[in-house]
Design a protein around this ligand. Structure first.
Ligand code: ADP
Ligand code: MG
Length: 659
């Protein structure tokens, strides 16, 4: 059985206008080990076409091509990849070394694609390079070598995976006659070590040194003659050892190697990649800053709200359920208009005081009305929008002037004070309140002036605060019963706040009106933040398109390189992986740069906002940073999919023809 056998191979190219052009016509050949074959013919006679078929780069032909008795036509993609990687080695006229990789890396790349360990890769590559007298050049780049040296590197690369067939397409075509002979000697040595070397040449002189010469013209074999028998100088022991070494490891390109290759590629176009990363980072930066501003504003608002509220008191309201039909029982009919559905019943109070860690509960009453109630002083009258009982919720921090009201006293806010002509502290005022269509009047002493947080919208309401017991007395004097519509829960320690608040919600009551407002405000800020971040995210679309375009350009630029890597055994998957790694890395760098910019911008904004308002307007959270970088990576990697796929699908023959 021959090592390689071609039966009735026909290869035709379809030309414009449905014409066919036969590049190979009825080719029948068979090759064996330990042969140095020269294929000779004029330019355009079909030599390269034949080599590409044998090398498994081109599967579009008619006929049968047996390797070790197996038709490679029937190979699955995976087997064909394996065939190219391990069974054949390619040497080209124009060397086809990868210019941005060192000599050592150019040789090891074929092993990298096979996932051979780094140490072993380097050891073997150094061995082969030393054999070819290149040991002093391993760290050079290809363009620092002479033509002969480059071709020796290319041969070393072809041999690195210990293939049985070496295909050399005009290996001496670009060399002078002296170096041609050196290269020829090397190829001869390879053939003598028990391999099949098929070499394309123009030169009769080169051909005359080979053991067999095949002449081809217009796609037909016109002559096939044996010149002499090559002596087999196989070093059985060595071949055996090499085979075992590699066979064990024969796998595919691993992720670390792919990332390393991607990094080397990216370094090659460093400036371009820096600019892409900066461009793509802008969107990420905007999103992180938007989220942080939202967070900062929220945080500031909540802190201000809290600083005016006694943290050891929790305000509880009855749930404001609009659907609830008012349940008029006998008592409410007898005492109408006092028991609103918002009143707490004795049972509610019991429920609340039974909550764990509650030290006491206080009854409270708050009424908001439009001008029905008023406060009178010296002929001046101020209508009241809010009458509220005082609780431990109101502390000295709520006092602008004077003291908190004790029995028989009221606390008024600034707008009421202004309306009554100012200077009413310590003066006797008349309070008129409307209860069940009857005005109740009582005299009180003004104890002080109340103030609230700037964030409390009720600050502008004309308000009066008094003790619950006073209000209760006023009601009972008129034969009404006051029922609390708000409860204040005193807790032993602030550490129970959250748990108790949850319990209150669980029991079906709602929190303080201030708390509800804070919640609403927070919600509004959140929505606004997301909308703004969404707008910022539009720039991510721009960066994504930018990455796609740049990567497409990169694929076009590197078409030849992709062809080379495919010829030495890269699978579609490997190529795709290298490009996706590049996209991933761009995304990663953009994310980091974006985060850096965001932090810088945040510092700047905070310095300004500190000067203007005395607050840090931008507050970043770790999660925003993580989100930003992750989003950048995901978007970039997704953008890289299309170009990576294009690169993977490139036809190696076409790519190698590219100048
Ligand atoms: P050479 O013997 O010089 O290596 P090739 O094998 O490269 O010749 O080409 C053989 C013939 O096939 C040439 O005439 C060439 O023009 C033709 N050919 C090669 N590639 C294509 C293609 N993609 N489409 C059409 N014709 C092609
Ligand atoms: Mg050619």
């Amino acid at each position: 059985m021959s090592l390689l056998e071609l039966n009735n191979i026909n290869k035709c190219y379809k030309l414009n206008g449905n014409k066919k052009f036969y590049a190979l016509l009825d080719v029948n050949l068979s090759f064996n080990k330990t042969e140095l074959v020269s294929v000779i013919g004029e330019s355009g006679s079909g030599k390269s076409t034949l080599m590409n078929l044998i090398g498994g780069l081109d599967s579009d032909y008619c006929g049968e091509l047996f390797v070790d008795g197996k038709d490679i036509r029937k190979f699955r993609k995976k087997e064909l990849d394996k065939y190219r990687k391990n069974k054949v080695g390619f040497v080209f006229q124009s060397f086809n070394l990868i210019s941005h990789l060192s000599i050592l890396d150019n040789v090891t790349i074929a092993m990298t694609l096979s996932n051979v360990k780094k140490k072993e890769r380097i050891k073997r590559a150094k061995e082969i390079l030393t054999e070819f007298g290149l040991e002093n050049h391993i760290n050079k780049k290809p363009n620092q070598l002479s033509g002969g040296q480059k071709q020796r590197v290319a041969i070393a690369r072809a041999l690195i995976n210990d293939p049985e067939i070496i295909i050399a397409d005009e290996p001496t075509g670009s060399l002078d006659s002296k170096t041609s002979m050196q290269v020829l000697d090397i190829l001869k040595g390879i053939a003598q070590s028990g391999k099949l070397v098929i070499m394309v040449t123009h030169s009769e002189k080169v051909a005359s040194c080979s053991s067999r010469v095949i002449k081809i013209a217009d796609g037909k074999i016109i002559n096939d003659r044996k010149v002499f028998e090559l002596e087999n100088k196989t070093n059985e022991e060595k071949v055996h050892k090499d085979k075992i070494n590699i066979n064990k490891k024969r796998q595919n390109l691993n992720l670390t190697s792919a990332i390393k290759l991607a990094l080397v590629n990216m370094k090659e176009k460093l400036i371009r990649n820096i600019f892409i990363s900066i461009g793509a980072s802008i969107g990420i930066m905007s999103i992180i800053v938007m989220l942080s501003v939202g967070n900062g504003v929220k945080e500031y608002f909540n802190k201000t709200m809290k600083s005016y509220v006694n943290p050891q008191v929790i305000e509880v309201n009855m749930p404001s359920n609009e659907d609830e039909t008012v349940n008029l029982d006998i008592t409410t009919i007898q005492k109408p208009n006092i028991n609103t559905p918002n009143s707490f019943k004795e049972e509610d109070i019991q429920n609340l005081s039974k909550i764990e860690n509650v030290s006491s509960v206080e009854k409270g009453f708050t009424e908001i009305s439009m001008g029905a109630n008023s406060l009178e002083y010296g002929g001046k009258e101020s209508n009241l929008m809010r009458i509220s009982t005082i609780s431990s919720n109101i502390t000295d921090s709520n006092l602008e002037e004077g003291a908190l009201p004790s029995e028989g006293e009221v606390l008024i806010n600034k707008s009421v004070n202004d309306k009554l002509g100012g200077e009413v502290i310590g003066k006797k005022v008349s309070l008129h309140i409307l209860v069940n269509q009857k005005i109740l009047t009582k005299e009180f002493i003004v104890s002080g002036i109340y103030t609230t947080a700037g964030g409390d919208l009720t600050a502008v309401m004309k308000s009066v605060f008094l003790n619950y017991s006073d209000l209760e007395k006023l009601y009972s004097e008129n034969e009404y019963e006051l029922k609390p519509n708000v409860m204040y829960i005193n807790i032993a320690s602030v550490k129970y706040t959250t748990a108790i608040k949850e319990k209150i919600k669980e029991l079906g009551y709602s929190g303080s009106s201030q708390e509800q407002m804070t919640e609403m405000f927070n919600q509004m800020i959140s929505i606004l933040t997301y909308v703004l971040s969404g707008i910022a995210a539009i720039s991510l679309v721009v960066s994504s398109i930018m990455i796609i375009v740049v990567m497409y350009i990169s694929v076009v630029e590197r078409t030849k390189e992709i062809g080379i890597i495919k010829a030495i055994g890269a699978r579609e998957k490997d190529i795709r992986r290298i490009f996706i790694c590049e996209a991933f890395l761009i995304g990663f760098f953009s994310g980091i740069v974006g985060l850096g910019f965001a932090l810088l911008l945040m510092k700047g904004i905070n310095i300004i906002s500190n000067k203007l308002f005395g607050i840090n307007l931008v507050l970043i959270k770790n999660s925003y940073g993580v989100f930003g970088v992750a989003a950048s990576i995901v978007i970039s990697t997704l953008s890289g999919l299309l170009p990576a796929n294009k690169a993977a699908k490139l036809d190696p023959v076409e790519s190698l023809r590219r100048e």
